[in-house]
Write a new protein. Structure first.
Length: 93
């Protein structure tokens, strides 16, 4: 199982066939990660959204989260951006 360690609250719309939600708040906005070269980077959450489709009792969809990537330290510098996507499926019981 993959996890960013962030927990967000989402709000949006749903119908009999689809759902669309955007994050309205998260328990924190940044993560520190280690790159393959050993350098640390801070990922600052810009936004997150969920989109899905219902078929019968099953929903499938995608969560997308956008981050600004910065150096760590007392004066962080932006070095890029990252969009992480995760596919999901769930069955209503």
């Amino acid at each position: 199982m993959e996890s960013s360690g962030l927990a967000c609250r989402y709000t949006g719309t749903s119908s009999l066939t689809s759902l669309a939600m955007n994050a309205v708040s998260c328990d924190r906005t940044g993560l520190i990660v280690s790159c393959l070269n050993g350098q640390n980077r801070e990922l600052r959450l810009v936004g997150s959204s969920i989109a899905g489709t219902w078929v019968g009792d099953q929903v499938t969809g995608q969560i997308s989260s956008t981050y600004n990537v910065l150096t760590t330290g007392t004066q962080p510098v932006g070095v890029g951006s990252l969009i992480a996507t995760h596919n999901f499926s769930a069955t209503r019981r």
